[in-house]
Design a protein around this ligand. Sequence first.
Ligand code: SAM
Length: 273
Amino acid sequence: MLSTKGLNLTMLSIPCVKSQQLHDPQSTKLIAKFENPTQFQEDCDAGYDQFLSRNVVVRHRYFSHFLEQKQDLYEQLLILGVGLDTKPDTLPCLKNKAVYGCDLAVADIQNIYQATGVHTQTKLVACDLENGMDQQFLTRLQAQGFSLTKPTLVLWEGGTFYLSPEAVVHDLSFLNQQLNLVGLLVDYMSSAVFNPPRHEKARRQLDLVAKIGCPWKSFFTPVEIKQLDHKLGFTEINVTAHGKIEQRVFGKVQLDEDIMYLSAAFKSVAGTK
Ligand SMILES: C[S@@+](CC[C@H](N)C(=O)[O-])C[C@H]1O[C@@H](n2cnc3c(N)ncnc32)[C@H](O)[C@@H]1O
């Protein structure tokens, strides 16, 4: 048995949900050898109407849809705060793409893959997204084969809220300037629900993430998300409230309809619409 001591429990909770709810075989293998991997998931789900489980499924469905629908637009995928995301190893549309993932906890991630014997096609590069999105990070990415000129899609799922709003805007602006960025898939926790907390459940959620050492620091409105996407030069912009997808996937909205906003933004590329 492997111990969860010292690991970022939010990271392990995602394969737990994908194993239980989506029957994702790669996720099942990733958690199989851990002692108590569901601990954070259970605390989080119990305190807030199954928040974590429903949120992970909603995010996964929304982003997988766009990764597939826009597969001819991009040649490589860069995942920010990649954690143990299994999409690069399970989605058919990513099978022939080059996939790069950065994270603060790259050493933990590599240890988990090694200890479990699970293979990932994601090329992992260390980065602190709070203050490390710079030329040196790009150099480390390029050393793994990343191209600054190939059409690139950036996916940032379940991660912006761990950073300050300034860092979120800086990171996306920097990548937009430096890469051939054709698409951006990002989710944001809602200002209206968490800043300040709308109710006791939202307050407890903020206390829980602070207690495990991963406090939430940024919250956005749909207007702010659209303005940012426009400023970055995106022309096709979709911003969807969590509840819209929750309704579609689960047949009912159990969480606050506006608990999170998911966005997919694309640039028109010559020859495409
Ligand atoms: C909730 S997990 C989401 C993982 C993955 N994107 C997914 O959806 O399966 C958040 C991830 O963000 C990473 N993270 C948190 N703060 C970070 C920072 N300052 N820089 C880089 N990564 C960070 C964590 O290590 C963790 O892997």
